[in-house]
Design a protein around this ligand. Structure first.
Ligand SMILES: Cc1ncc(COP(=O)(O)O)c(C=O)c1O
Length: 452
């Protein structure tokens, strides 16, 4: 299980992936003449229709190569719309403090001024602060960018009211759809207040993206923004007469067959089931961990959306065990760590998705509870603060093969779970000071003299 919150790790079936290896898709030049790409165009057109149907929008562009590029394209569409109406002054973009970092970066790239809106103690946008910021922006309000469900892992219950307030003030609503896997089949952005959204096909629609790419971040919009979606002078079909956002008319076209196959094989009922299972899995983990780890945000009904954020800060106060210790110790238990310290420092964001079977969820929960027990044992004085299974995690094969003088045995170090010796994941390196490298940049190139 890779419980990497916010980056859905889907099960990628062979049937979804196989066509990527076919030269008919992989070997096609992006500017090939129209008569050579009719199959591609058919695939693109059906995918566009399905995605419009899923999101409730009227038009879509598959051109952006990433979610963040979709954000920029969507904000440029909003900007184009305001300019077309003579609203040149509308350049303020409201962004809640829960937002993904790319939101603010995209707004700045689109020439907007970012104003942050506070969140309340449940992780929702604070409507009082929103109204204040709308009033202060006046006729400079361009847009709000919200994420639904939010990066705090909750469905904003007041989302319709929030969209209405922005519309009344003349602004546009951008709904970041990177978490659409918690919405598909149950709600449509374009129907509950969104004007434009991007999707992450490399999350919700099964394109694998471990290690950073490639991605597809389609931007979908209501009809009034359609003329401002990305165009391209060399496209094989009619695109809007507006600037492109990436070099090729259909961006990372060669990986579109993956999402096409996923949607085609899942069908309406399957897609809805996937959403329900993903939300159920996140709530299952949240409930099972209750009493061991505090869940930071829940909705009014005590439930989370597609992910749950557990708070390690009170545990650190009580036991000295940090979020890094828990994340590294999970590796000894055979798990990839969840997202750490995002969007809230000192927390872990767990997103199991619909792909994990119940026994894997249980294995993860068991590991988390065992780690919590270790933290309690540490607080009770069982091991010294600087020499214990948590502080030394992860343990490598090299470490246990060498001299051993720690106050716990090798078995606990590398096989903390029953039966783990049968299927052990061995990390190759021990802990590296996580942020040291980020804060102390150095150049590893050869000095110029070496080339003399
Ligand atoms: C909420 C949210 N918005 C935007 C993005 C940006 O997507 P990408 O990484 O494809 O640029 C992500 C992905 O990490 C995300 O989780």
């Amino acid at each position: 299980m890779i419980p990497l919150g916010s980056c859905t790790m889907k099960l990628n079936s062979t049937t979804e992936m196989e066509s990527v290896t076919w030269p008919e898709f992989g070997g096609m030049h992006p500017f090939a003449p129209r008569e050579d790409v009719t199959g591609y165009l058919e695939l693109i057109s059906s995918l566009e229709q399905w995605l419009c149907d899923i999101t409730g929008y009227d038009a879509i562009s598959l051109q952006p190569n990433a979610g963040s590029q979709g954000e920029l394209a969507g904000l440029m569409a909003i900007r184009g719309y305001h300019l077309s109406r003579g609203d040149k002054q509308r350049n303020i973009c409201l962004i809640p403090s829960s937002a993904h970092g790319t939101n603010a970066a995209s707004a700045v790239l689109a020439g907007m001024q970012v104003v942050v809106v506070a969140c309340d103690e449940n992780g929702n946008v604070d409507l009082g602060d929103l109204q204040t910021k709308i009033d202060e922006a006046g006729d400079k309000l361009s847009a709000i960018m919200i994420t639904y469900p939010s990066t705090h892992g909750v469905y904003e219950e007041a989302v319709v009211d929030l969209c209405d307030r922005v519309h009344k003030a003349g602004g546009q609503v951008y709904i970041d759809g990177a978490n659409t896997n918690a919405v598909v089949g149950f709600a449509k952005f374009g129907k509950f207040g969104g004007d434009v959204s991007h999707l992450n096909l490399h999350k919700t629609f099964a394109i694998p993206h471990g290690g950073g790419g490639p991605g597809v971040g389609p931007v979908a919009a209501r009809a009034h923004l359609a003329p401002f979606l990305p165009g391209h002078s060399m496209a094989q079909t009619e695109l809007p007469n507006y600037g492109p956002i990436s070099a090729a008319p259909y961006g990372s076209a060669s990986i579109l067959p993956i999402s096409w196959a996923y949607i085609r094989m899942m069908g309406d009922a399957g897609l809805k089931d996937a959403t329900a299972s993903a939300v159920l899995a996140a709530n299952y983990v949240a409930k099972k961990l209750e009493g061991h780890y505090p869940v930071l945000y829940t909705g009014g009904n005590g439930l989370v959306a597609h992910e749950c954020i557990i708070d390690i800060r009170p545990i650190q106060k009580e036991t000295g065990v940090s979020v890094d210790d828990v994340a590294k110790r999970l590796i000894d238990y055979g798990f990839h760590a969840p997202t750490m310290s995002f969007p809230v420092a000192g927390t872990l964001m767990i997103e199991p998705t619909e792909s994990e079977p119940l026994h894997e969820l249980d294995r993860f929960v068991e590991a988390m509870i065992a780690i919590r027990e270790e933290s309690r044992a540490l607080a009770a004085g069982k091991w010294p603060a600087d020499d214990n299974p948590l502080a030394n995690a992860p343990h490598t094969a090299k470490m246990i093969a060498g001299e051993w003088n720690h106050p716990y045995d090798r078995e606990l170090a590398v096989f903390p779970m029953k039966g783990q010796h049968r299927n052990k994941y061995w990390p190759l390196v021990r802990r590296i000071d996580s942020v040291y490298g980020d804060r102390n940049l150095f150049c590893s190139c050869l000095p110029t003299e070496a080339f003399a």
